[in-house]
Design a protein around this ligand. Structure first.
Ligand code: NI
Length: 431
């Protein structure tokens, strides 16, 4: 038996999305208190989205507690039902709480430049030398590995993994509701209480009673709308492009032997790609923003300019980008940028976003996403898009959006070469 039991008194967190988050287990309470989990308070859930929707300052800490709470409520519905084994409860709750523990500052831009992977760091934190690991080990020597396996979806009990990671799981339900709440948008809401009440355990995965189908349709539509209205917002992406290029410029300067006024010591191990767990855990958004602040004063014109842009929200402008025209215009545009003394490797960026709102199982595609299954009154199981016309209409349709980002102000301020400026503008307009 585990050394952990129930808390003498239940702890509660006030939460604007779920009203209250209830903690009854000593294990969960101790995990929340670790330095690795507290670090998530310094990582924003939506990266640069706050640049567009100023309310979106919520953190991975809020979201992780929310995913834990939804999971706890699902397990209350499952208690005593066939296929659900109560002995999996603490494992499922721990995996829910820790599923995002490896995220770093401005994850997207950061991972692209430094080649780190938050899933690998999640594994490293759970299995490595950390406070989280110390606590998990006290449950049993094999418990940390089991938590990691659930998060990586390799755990043999598929019902457990589907609660945390499938097309309708605790993670997605929390982030949709939470991101809608904090951005203040009117889409993204759906009736989670209703969905929780109609979730049923089977041997393979969570299924939904047919009577809850319309609530699930609403959930899928809200996911679709949130992607295009919030997550792929072109202005947030512009801010992300700039952060990306700040990291890129710093790395390039370091490799060229540039002498920094303010040595970026917190990034050294990332430049050398020899990052220890401690190095990784130290780097949060507070440190990152500190460097953006001081690099504004660097002598390197590009680094300084990009930092000033990000901090003062003087972002790149964008235009639709047609990849078919890429072949003709791209080299020409780069050449013109060079003539205008604007380095295209930092100031001319194509960014693409794509989403598949709902997909049924197609082996080998999209990470083999598990479809949503309905259980009919006669006990038969049907895949959702076969029952729902609404879902059928948007199933398997991938939408991709390409945008070209560039600093319009630098181009239009270029007084020296009017001809170059005219040519650039002409190309940008037809792209
Ligand atoms: Ni998450």
């Amino acid at each position: 038996m585990s050394v952990y039991g129930k808390l003498e008194e239940e702890k509660v967190f006030k939460d604007p999305v779920h009203r209250y988050i209830h903690v009854k287990d000593e294990l969960i309470w101790e995990l929340i208190g670790t330095k690795e989990f507290q670090r998530l308070r310094r990582i924003k859930q939506l990266g640069t989205t706050y640049i567009t929707f100023h309310g979106a300052e919520h953190t991975r800490f809020n979201h992780s507690l929310g995913v834990y709470e939804i999971t706890r409520r699902i397990l209350e519905v499952f208690k005593g039902r066939p296929h659900w084994q109560e002995k999996e409860r603490l494992l499922t709750l721990s995996a829910a709480l820790l599923h995002d523990i490896g995220h770093g500052p401005f994850s997207h831009a950061f991972e692209k430049i430094f080649g780190t992977d938050h899933e690998e760091w999640t594994r490293a934190i759970i299995l490595g030398d950390s406070e989280v690991n110390q606590i998990l080990k006290k449950v049993s020597p094999t418990f940390p590995q089991a938590v990691s396996d659930v998060i990586e979806k390799t755990y043999p009990n598929k019902l457990v993994t589907s609660i945390i990671s499938s097309q309708i799981d605790a993670d997605r339900m929390d982030y949709l509701l939470r991101d809608a709440y904090y951005t203040g948008v009117s889409y993204g809401h759906f009736d989670m209480e209703r969905i929780l009440r109609v979730m049923r355990p089977t041997e393979e995965q969570v299924v939904i009673k047919q009577s809850g189908m319309h609530a699930v349709e609403d959930y899928i539509m809200s996911r679709y709308q949130m992607y295009w209205q919030v997550y792929f917002h072109p202005v947030s992406r512009s801010a992300e492009v700039i952060i990306n290029n700040i990291f890129k410029r710093v790395k390039d300067l370091y490799k060229q032997g540039y002498t920094f006024k303010q040595e970026p010591i917190h990034f050294y191990s990332f430049f050398h790609e020899k990052v220890s767990l401690d190095d990784y855990l130290q780097l949060d958004e507070a440190i990152t923003l500190y460097y953006f602040q001081v690099w504004q004063g660097e002598d390197d014109r590009i680094l300084s300019d990009l930092c000033v842009r990000f901090l003062n929200r003087n972002l790149f402008k964008y235009t639709e980008f047609n990849p078919n025209q890429w072949m003709n215009d791209w080299p020409k545009l780069q050449e013109l940028f060079r003539k205008a003394d604007i380095d295209p490797s930092y100031y001319l960026v194509v960014d693409s976003s794509s989403d598949l709102p709902y997909d049924f199982y197609r082996p080998g595609e999209e990470g083999e996403r598990l479809p949503i299954h309905l259980v009919l009154p006669n006990g038969k199981i049907r895949e959702l898009s076969r029952e729902s016309d609404v879902v059928e209409a948007i199933s398997g349709k991938k939408r991709t959006d390409h945008k070209l980002y560039f600093p319009l102000d630098l181009i239009s301020d270029n007084k020296e070469n009017e001809q170059v400026k005219k040519e650039i503008m002409a190309i940008l307009q037809i792209m």
